[in-house]
Design a binder for this molecule. Structure first.
Ligand code: ATP
Ligand code: MG
Length: 181
């Protein structure tokens, strides 16, 4: 499974629709400082279900919508992540060779989420990726300057990392949700 394409519209520094193809192997994004490289990673984090403004490097979630100087009125931010799903990893979607995850956020605060064009909840997307050990606490994305932190992990953080890798996190989060409800 790998990312085939990322489509961004109205998100952070992207006022126009951009479609970014990814290679099945390594994709490098290069560009001058401030040109939007990290915003591309933020878009991936966000479409995978990230909710924390800090993690997304904004003060508040409305800052995710493009607000730069151009004459267009951007009402919403939208990110679509197209994944190759051959061979399938999710039983529910085993007949789909591709999975398209869509997240949209409007200025009025409303959000929309879709898996393969079908409306769903944020939770459905988050759980899909928890199955793969990809979640906000996991180390699937390592930020600028985080490599040294990674080396110096505390025993507790190391435990979280190992639980992610072993697929225990999903069970723990399900347990917490059950206890809360
Ligand atoms: P570096 O090489 O320094 O890490 P980078 O390519 O990773 O740079 P980013 O952090 O992705 O750059 O992009 C920063 C730019 O995104 C800033 O110029 C900032 O103004 C712009 N930006 C962020 N949010 C918005 C927004 N909502 N509307 C318009 N521009 C935005
Ligand atoms: Mg950067």
């Amino acid at each position: 499974m790998f990312i085939k394409r990322l489509e961004i519209y109205g998100f952070k520094s992207f006022p126009y629709k951009v479609s970014i193809p990814f290679s099945p192997k390594i994709t490098a994004i290069v560009g001058p400082n401030g040109s939007g490289k990290s915003n591309i990673l933020d878009a991936i984090r966000w479409v995978l279900g990230e909710q924390s403004p800090k993690k997304l490097r904004v003060k508040e979630l409305s800052d995710l919508i493009f607000s730069g100087n151009n004459n267009r009125n951007i009402d919403f931010a939208e990110v679509k992540l197209l994944l190759n799903h051959e061979p399938p990893v999710w039983e529910t979607y085993k007949d789909f060779p591709e999975i398209l995850i869509t997240r949209r956020f409007y200025r009025n605060g409303e959000s929309e989420y879709f898996i393969n064009q079908k409306p769903c909840r944020l939770k459905d997307i988050q759980f899909l990726f928890l199955d793969l050990g990809v979640n906000p606490q996991s180390y699937g994305i390592i930020e600028q300057g985080e490599v040294s932190k990674f080396i110096d992990l505390s025993p507790k953080e190391r435990k979280i990392l190992l639980e992610d890798l072993a697929g225990v996190s999903k069970l723990k989060i399900t347990e917490e949700n059950t206890l809360k409800n």
